[in-house]
Design a protein around this ligand. Sequence first.
Ligand SMILES: [Zn+2]
Length: 255
Amino acid sequence: MKYPEAMQAIATEKALSFLGLTARKNGSYLNFPCIDCGNESAIRYYGERKNVAYCSTCKAGTNIIAMAVKLKGIDFQEAKKLLVEKTATTEETIQEKLSLKYELEFTIDMEKEGLSKELCDTVGVGRPKGKTMLSGCIAFTIHNETGLKVAYYGIRISDRRPKFHQSFNPELYLFAYHVADKNEEVLVTTDMFSCLRHLAQGEQAICNFGLPYLSSRQMELLSPFPYITFEWLFTDKKDIMLNVAQNLKAYHRFV
Ligand SMILES: [Zn+2]
C-alpha cells in the first residue's frame, strides 16, 4: 500500500493503542503524550490530514508511521505495513445476511433516553438477552442500503462508547438508511438515540453512528436526497459544512 492510502487506512485510535500510547478524543483530534517530550500532543483521526500529528511543546509535526518507526525501532516501510496490518478497518461492505440473532429487550435505560418501545421493536433496537458480545450495551440492528441485515452496533450504557464486531466498518453504512424515502426530506443526526426519537415522531432520520465526519461512502449514500437537515452535535462544524457544500447538491442546513 502506498503512503497516502496507508495514512487513510490506518485507524488512528487503534494505532496509538498498539504503540502503547493512551489517547483521548478532543473534537477532531486525539490527544496523546508526545513520544519526544511527553507533553500533550494532537493527531487528526479522519479527513485529509488523518494520522498527522503536532506537538506544540516540540513545535514539530510528525505522523503515525514515523512514530511507529521511533517506538518500534523499525524502518518506515516496515512500520507502514505493520500499522496497516494491525489496525486497518475493512473497506468492504458486508454482502451476506447476518445469521446471528439477538433477542432484544426494551429496558428502563432506553425509556430514560426517551425512546419508544414500539419504534425500538420495529427497527430492532434493544438490550440483548443473555451473554453476548454486546452485553451491557443497547444494540442496534444494522441493515445495508438494500435492507439486508448485516450487523449489530452497540452503545455501552455505562459510558456510551460504541462497540461492534471488526467486520463492520461504520463508515460504510448509515443507520436507518434503507427505510428512508430518498425523494423526501431527511434529518441526518450524529446521535443514535436522537435518530430513534425523530423516527418515533414519524420523521425521516438517519444516523452516521456518531462519527464527527461523513465518509465518502456516506456522502455518496446521501446524494439522492433533495433536502437534508444536519443535526450535528459537535462544536466544530467547519470541516463538515465545507465537506457537505462541496459534495452534496441537496439543499441543506445545520441545526
Ligand atoms: Zn513534544
